[in-house]
Design a protein around this ligand. Structure first.
Ligand code: TYD
Ligand code: MG
Length: 463
């Protein structure tokens, strides 16, 4: 008789294993992260693994190595989710047989977005929406708000992986959604749902199904307090595409960002607005982010940031006030606080502003985050505008990276940004001189003003 396998202890943070329980993981340093898991018995042969459904067979693969030159590329048409902005983050639609992970904080709209996409895609064939978090009634109640039609959309309130796989085999859906991979458990493991072994098993089995039967699959993943996907980093390696939902509870807009995509550009962005009838795509984000911009207020600047392949104009606001306490406070929201410290040092040293005794607050309006160096010039301009109490003209946009010597450096894809500014009706664009072609000093009605240093930029803005 085969002996039952010995338990192993697995770190829930990084997946490293140990035969004994440890208080602290030797690999990633996490405390109290080891959990007992019982592995299933391992069969040695490939056939045994294949019989157990473990063979990683891609659709159309023969199982033996083939010559590169002999392989023909089949042009698989991408499937559309019926939601433009969602298609955009996916790189132009859903690739057949792909496994996509959608992560985000609770209540941000993951289930809503996927139910909307599932309902749209059900018009082309049956779709299975398996949820371990909500009952069929709850999902249907949400569906009524989203006005889901009569398309063949199957709901399955189930957490057992084997049952979900059975239903996939029975319905043969054109799309599968598994709402939260953390709630799914396999009967083969004794550990609790959400543990690294269970999550990895669920993702792997669904990967085999997706690739083997060419069924695109969406997995919902929870994120932890620090914003990374809960449980295993391993999950991100298994799937083809990782999308993150961003946004703030207090704002209605939501951003879906691609952080890994085997079939498209990363850092591509989809912008949505949460309404009473679900998520609505926002085709023109610049307009939304600039909608509430104050006119004639010092400390407000519009910068042109590039998200994936799309330029977006956002407003950055700064408030500089004299500090009443000994140490001045510096607060940044929407930009990196280290970058803010660096830019303040550049302003002091290169533009002669004295900010030692001042509190500085910087905020990107609308809860947006910009993390490109090209936003430097906008941040500096907003701070200087607040310090000098001078208004930056409402029709001026800007972008450019600032170096430690106070120089304004050229950045990538300047022409896309300029075009967006011109389209949004801006009349002046302050930008790195290096990015201006000698005989192109205007784009439509928008005049391009090249600057080489921070000093030149501030003169042009606040003169
Ligand atoms: P949900 O998709 O359940 O979030 P997640 O699956 O990421 O946890 O979204 C829930 C939130 O969205 C909830 O606070 C209510 C809000 N909401 C709307 O504002 N309008 C709608 O039409 C729907 C369905 C939800
Ligand atoms: Mg949900």
């Amino acid at each position: 008789m085969a002996r039952s396998p010995k338990p192993v202890y697995v770190c829930q943070e990084c997946g490293s294993q140990s035969p004994k329980w440890l208080g602290r993981c030797g690999d990633c340093g996490a405390w109290n992260s080891y959990v007992e898991e019982r592995p299933q018995p391992q069969e040695g042969s490939v056939d045994a693994a294949a019989a157990a459904g473990h063979r990683y067979a891609l659709a159309g693969a023969s199982g033996s190595a083939r010559l590169y030159a002999e392989i023909e590329i089949a042009q698989h048409a991408r499937l559309t989710t019926g939601i433009d902005e969602f298609d955009r983050v996916l790189g132009g639609g859903v690739v057949p047989g792909s496994l996509v992970l959608l992560g985000g904080e609770p209540g941000i709209g993951k289930s809503t977005l996927l139910l909307q996409a599932a309902a749209n895609m059900a018009q082309g064939g049956p779709v299975l929406y398996a949820s371990g978090e909500e009952s069929e009634h709850q999902i249907k109640t949400r569906g009524e708000r989203l006005s889901v039609g009569k398309a063949p959309l199957y709901l399955l309130a189930e957490t057992c992986l084997e049952r979900i796989l059975e239903e996939i085999a029975r319905i043969r859906p054109a799309l599968v959604v598994v709402d939260s991979v953390q709630t799914v458990f396999s009967l083969k493991f004794q550990s609790a749902p959400g543990s690294i072994g269970q999550v990895r098993e669920a993702a792997t089995q669904l990967l085999f199904t997706a690739k083997g039967q060419n069924i695109p699959t969406f997995l919902v993943g929870h994120v932890t307090k620090d914003g990374s996907l809960a449980g295993p980093k391993a999950l991100e390696h298994v799937v083809d595409t990782v999308l993150y939902f961003e946004g703030e509870r207090h704002h209605s807009h939501r951003v879906v960002r691609a952080v890994k995509n085997r079939f498209g550009a990363v850092s591509e962005l989809g912008v949505f607005e949460m309404t009473s009838a679900g998520l609505r795509p926002v085709p023109n984000p610049s307009k939304m982010f600039l909608a509430e911009r104050p006119t004639n207020a010092p400390g407000s600047a519009v910068l042109c940031s590039l998200e994936g392949s799309r330029p977006i104009l956002v407003e950055v606001q700064a408030l500089v006030s004299s500090s009443t306490y000994g140490t001045a406070r510096r607060m940044a929201s929407g930009i990196d606080s280290n970058r803010l410290s660096l830019l303040l040092a550049v302003l002091e040293k290169r533009a002669g502003l004295n900010l030692i005794g001042d509190d500085v607050f910087v905020n990107v309006a609308g809860g947006m985050t910009v993390d490109e160096p090209a936003s430097d010039l906008g941040v500096l301009a907003a701070i200087s505008s607040s310090v000098r109490n001078r208004v930056i003209p409402a029709t001026t946009a800007m972008f450019g990276e600032v170096g430690l010597a106070g120089e304004v450096r050229g950045i990538a894809q300047a022409n896309l940004r300029v075009r967006e500014a011109a389209q949004m009706g801006f009349r002046h664009c302050i930008m790195p001189e290096a990015n201006i072609e000698p005989n192109a000093r205007a784009e439509g009605d928008c005049q391009l003003i090249g600057v080489r240093t921070v000093g030149e930029a501030l003169d042009a803005l606040l003169a």
